[in-house]
Design a protein around this ligand. Structure first.
Ligand SMILES: [Zn+2]
Length: 308
């Protein structure tokens, strides 16, 4: 058993305007950091529309397709842009998580990391937002549940921003435990502990600005790990954003690269206990290029140790 790295060069063709934090160089830095590691490298397929329809209505697919420009940029909201390559990049990103779930649940690999962009956890049912077009992590959950027939999956989102899209897409699905920690207050403003999902299966863990890795660990030990163990998911999906890093320019948490390593170890340990070690991780945010690359590398090193 091993760790799959799923990506596609098309994800580098999603080009944002100069100075935009969600830039091509992010993925280049991550891939460079992972170069030479003994991963099972896989090319992300294009997602099927039929799979996207598990999380988004046809109107959303039509909206995104129509918004793709032939040249230049098209602005979807204050933060979210499309270039001529964005539609294909988004289809590859969503295709990557589908492939990852297929490989992990098919027993081809122990776990998988999807090095993709655009990210996904802010995309709501009919609303692209926050650099995101399609809800990649929620799609991974639906594929595991509806295509592979699992009964329980968990999504753990440690991106510094609230996973409002994942929460929206899985709000009424009792089979999906969604745990999302985020700096609060911070954009997009949602993610209070009182937001609990239709079946109480959504767990929001707000963290105060300037809090560090020790604060995060205490919060996870109090609110996240016990809930995960109680739910006993058959697969853990990680929305792996690295923008809680102390060097990140978009937020004010003070996690270190080693905090991401240790958190990944804790999640892999729980996956070992209840999910046969099965983990699918997908890249979300992370906007300091060096911190992103180092943290993603530490995250994948742990996946590889867990899959060895
Ligand atoms: Zn983020």
């Amino acid at each position: 058993m091993t760790t799959a790295l799923i990506t596609h060069a098309d994800c580098l063709d999603h080009v944002t305007p100069d100075g935009h934090p969600e830039q091509v160089a992010r993925l280049e830095h991550v891939l460079h950091a992972l170069a030479g590691m003994p991963l099972q490298r896989e090319t992300a397929p294009m997602v099927e529309d039929g799979d996207l329809l598990r999380i988004h209505p046809q109107a959303h697919l039509d909206q995104i397709r129509k918004a793709a420009p032939d040249a230049g940029h098209h602005q979807l909201d204050a933060d979210t842009w499309m270039s001529p390559g964005s539609l294909t990049a988004a289809y590859r990103a969503a295709g990557a998580v589908v492939r990852a779930v297929d490989m992990v649940l098919g027993g081809d690999v122990q776990n998988a990391f999807c090095a993709i962009r655009p990210p996904g956890h802010h995309a709501e049912k009919q609303t692209p937002m926050g650099f995101c077009l399609f809800g990649n992590a929620a799609l991974a959950a639906k594929i595991a549940l509806d295509k592979h027939g699992l009964s329980r999956v968990a999504v753990v989102d440690f991106d510094v921003h609230h996973g409002n899209g994942t929460q929206d897409l899985l709000w009424d699905d009792a089979r999906a435990l969604v745990i999302t920690s985020q700096q609060m207050p911070l954009w997009p403003g949602t993610g209070a502990a009182s937001e609990r999902g239709k079946h109480g299966q959504i767990v929001n863990v707000p963290l105060p600005p300037e809090s560090d890795g020790a604060h995060m660990r205490a919060a996870y030990e109090a609110h996240v790990f016990p809930r995960l163990r109680e739910f006993a998911p058959e697969l853990i999906i990680i929305s792996a954003g690295f923008d809680a890093h102390q060097d990140d320019p978009l937020a004010q948490l003070n996690w270190s690269t080693e905090d991401f390593r240790r958190l990944t170890q804790d999640l892999c340990k729980i996956a070992d206990e209840c999910a046969q070690g099965r983990v699918v991780s997908t890249l979300e945010g992370g906007y300091d290029l060096q911190a992103l690359a180092a943290s993603a590398k530490a995250h994948v090193e742990v996946l590889m140790e867990a899959g060895a």
